[in-house]
Design a protein around this ligand. Structure first.
Ligand code: FES
Length: 97
């Protein structure tokens, strides 16, 4: 049996909801950060560096490194490790949106 951190902590989050990530519905739980939502969905990198095009996602996880920048509801350059998504949020990992 696989135990998740949520199991180990005995957490009982509220009902799941969805956010729209690059046009796709993705499940989220109340209290998760957007970075956690993306990780849980199997996405570990969601942008690339300007120089070299190297993949980036969450690195520090505490809002210090700015590696996890993302666009939420048209607001660019938010840190996914700090944003707590709301039901129906529209998330874009592309800079041109
Ligand atoms: S992961 Fe470092 S600021 Fe978000």
């Amino acid at each position: 049996m696989t135990r998740t951190p949520r199991d180990l902590a005995g957490a009982r989050p509220g009902p799941a909801f969805t956010v729209r990530v690059d046009g796709r519905e993705v499940d989220a739980l109340p209290g998760q950060t957007l970075a956690a939502v993306l990780w849980a969905d199997g996405t570990t990198a969601w942008r690339t560096t300007r120089v070299g095009g190297r993949p980036r996602g969450a690195f520090c996880g505490i809002g210090s490194c700015f590696d996890c920048l993302i666009t939420v509801n048209g607001v660019r350059d938010l840190r996914a490790c700090l944003v707590r998504p709301e039901p129906g949020d529209v998330v874009s990992t592309r800079d041109d949106d």
